[in-house]
Design a binder for this molecule. Structure first.
Ligand code: HPA
Length: 246
């Protein structure tokens, strides 16, 4: 698998272990990406890295310029995007620090620039989004997890919410009734934009808290941070194995 980009999420604004080769500022017709794209070597594989929230984690989910980010990656000939995403666990088996490779998405976001098709309306393409993730890429991620004995949750529905606030317990109950297993704020429109530009996209999600109302404890930034650290170590190991087999 060639021409891979990793979009880093919360906990992966910088990428320990990535040998940086160079950084490039990319201009796009849709404005500025979250930062320069970084060309690097991770475990012997050339990749491109882009931290979704900026290199100092200053861009919140509802302010990310998703169109510029995905455009910049396509401009650099990326064919596959592995999107790292911190999420809340709704399904009883998705405890904090568990990795999830979802297979479906429900979009609850609003007011985001969510398509490239808005200027030349003769060119509007109704992309097939029945299966929002690239199945080959998902299978590779799952295989990498097996090879290093990480007990990833395989499948599940990612509910994309607007943020930046976390949900109410009642909202999470509704998400669960809709079938969502995890909830995060950045999965959309990112996945759809990648499909519009014909790139393969898959999530490597990591639960960093029980979703609202799923635990007695308050969701604090401190607890999310602790969990992110534990989970990110697993994500880095998984990515290292993936680089070997992809
Ligand atoms: N809800 C939405 N987004 C999130 C959460 C959550 O509980 N945790 C991490 N990202």
């Amino acid at each position: 698998m060639q021409d891979i980009a990793i979009i880093g999420g919360t906990g992966l604004a910088s990428f320990p272990g990535l040998k940086i080769i160079r950084k490039e500022v990319v201009r796009t017709p849709f404005g500025e990406p979250s930062g320069p794209v970084t060309y690097g070597d991770y475990c012997g594989k050339r990749i491109i890295f882009l931290p979704r929230h900026g290199s100092r984690h200053t861009i919140p989910p509802h302010m990310v310029n998703y169109r510029a980010n995905i455009w910049a990656l396509r401009d650099k000939q990326v064919k596959y995007i592995i999107a790292i995403a911190a999420v809340g666990g709704i399904h009883a088996d998705i405890n904090p620090a568990r990795i999830v490779i979802p297979d479906q998405i429900i979009d609850y976001t609003y007011g985001r620039q969510h398509t490239y098709f808005e200027k030349d309306l003769n060119q509007v393409k109704h992309i097939d989004f029945s299966n929002p993730y690239d199945q080959t890429l998902r299978e590779k991620i799952i295989k990498a997890a097996h090879l290093i004995s990480i007990d990833a949750f395989e499948g599940g529905i990612y509910g994309a919410t607007q943020g930046p606030r976390l949900e109410t317990a009642a909202e999470v109950n509704k998400l669960e009734r809709d079938g969502c297993d995890i909830v995060g704020m950045t999965g959309m429109p990112e996945a759809a934009l990648a499909r519009e530009l014909e790139m393969g996209y898959a999530h490597c999600a990591m639960s960093v808290n029980w979703a609202a109302g799923r635990s007695e404890e308050l969701i604090t930034l401190e607890s999310i941070r602790e969990c992110t650290e534990v989970g990110m170590e697993k994500v880095r190991m998984l990515l290292a194995k993936l680089m070997e087999i992809a």
